[in-house]
Design a protein around this ligand. Structure first.
Ligand code: ATR
Length: 283
């Protein structure tokens, strides 16, 4: 990555509201240390009304880059100089790179998810039949990235069926994405090679909830959940009991950060150290 003149420590951070709960500073601080790069990655508490000034401050203060999290991922797009194709396709930005004052927005959530899925569960996604639960921002990002891997089909099942149809229609050119109602998933699960939960159902503090009724999974399927708190959701637990390969959300968090770090530093991210640091933090 060009544009970063290392005449100062590398300044990095994450902008969000709230931000105290974010594990990104912990993960990236460990990564910078492992790479031997002098620098700091700090939490930046930015209220919605301050976003424009905060983005300008990236240039003024000479930050090499920042991550962007809730609630700024969409609004921040208005303040950037350029948008990478990943940000356009995902409809949101989670990573900003500052090249001598020129700010480019990327979305590493989708590609981070896919890199994690391939590294940890399914090396080759081509020809796969994929069922995605949920039709929000997270689903959009990961489906954009999944479509680069030549799956055979992607079915989006959502509580509000209209939203699933609408999201599916945004990839009309791909011809393989369809929308459906969540209430009909019992009939769709047998046809899926991979089932991916992008909804918040099963997340702390409701770990007993699951978006899929018990007994529907079969051996050989892959069950993936974007949730990483808890690390093993009830959905994953039931998948495991049915003989499925399971894939939790921690990998997506690690690899979205890995891509961001690679854009900022030009060096391969120390993913094992990042994972170890998070696992210790989650105790
Ligand atoms: P994110 O950016 O995390 O995707 P979002 O854009 O608010 O968040 O989308 C949340 C998704 O989770 C939606 O698909 C939502 O379904 P609706 O479109 O019907 O609202 C889904 N979701 C959230 N809570 C749910 C629940 N209790 N049952 C089923 N789906 C739920």
């Amino acid at each position: 990555m060009t544009g970063y003149i290392r005449n100062t420590d590398m300044l990095l951070g994450v902008m969000g509201d709230p931000i105290a709960q974010s594990k990104s500073p912990l993960m990236h601080t460990a990564a910078l240390k492992a790479l031997g790069i002098p620098g700091a990655y700090v939490p930046l508490h930015i209220a919605p009304g301050q976003l424009g000034e905060a983005v300008q401050a990236i240039r003024t203060l000479g930050f090499r880059g920042v991550n962007v999290t809730i609630p700024h991922k969409i609004a921040v797009m208005d303040y950037l100089d350029k948008l990478d194709a990943s940000a356009v396709a995902g409809g949101a930005v989670n990573t900003i790179v500052n090249d001598n004052g020129v700010l480019t927005g990327y979305n590493t959530d989708g590609i981070g998810y896919v890199r994690s899925l391939k590294a940890e569960a399914v090396p080759d996604l081509s020809g796969a039949h994929i069922l995605v639960l949920g039709a929000g921002g997270a689903a959009r990002g990961i489906i954009s990235a999944l479509l680069q891997e030549n799956p055979a089909s992607v079915v989006i099942a959502n509580r509000t069926a209209d939203k699933a149809q609408e999201l599916a229609a945004s990839w009309q050119a791909a011809g393989i994405v369809t929308g459906a109602a969540m209430e009909n998933i019992a009939g769709m699960i047998p046809d899926a090679d991979i089932v991916i939960n992008t909804t918040s159902v099963g997340m702390f503090p409701y770990p007993n909830d699951t978006p899929v009724a018990s007994g529907l999974f079969r051996k050989g399927q892959v069950v993936s959940d974007l949730i990483y708190n808890p690390l093993r959701t009830r959905l994953l637990e039931e998948g495991l009991q049915a003989g499925c390969t399971i894939h939790g959300g921690l990998g997506m968090f690690i690899y979205q950060g890995a891509y961001a770090l690679e854009y900022w530093t030009g060096e391969a991210a120390p993913v094992d150290i990042m994972r170890q640091t998070l696992l210790e933090a989650f105790g």
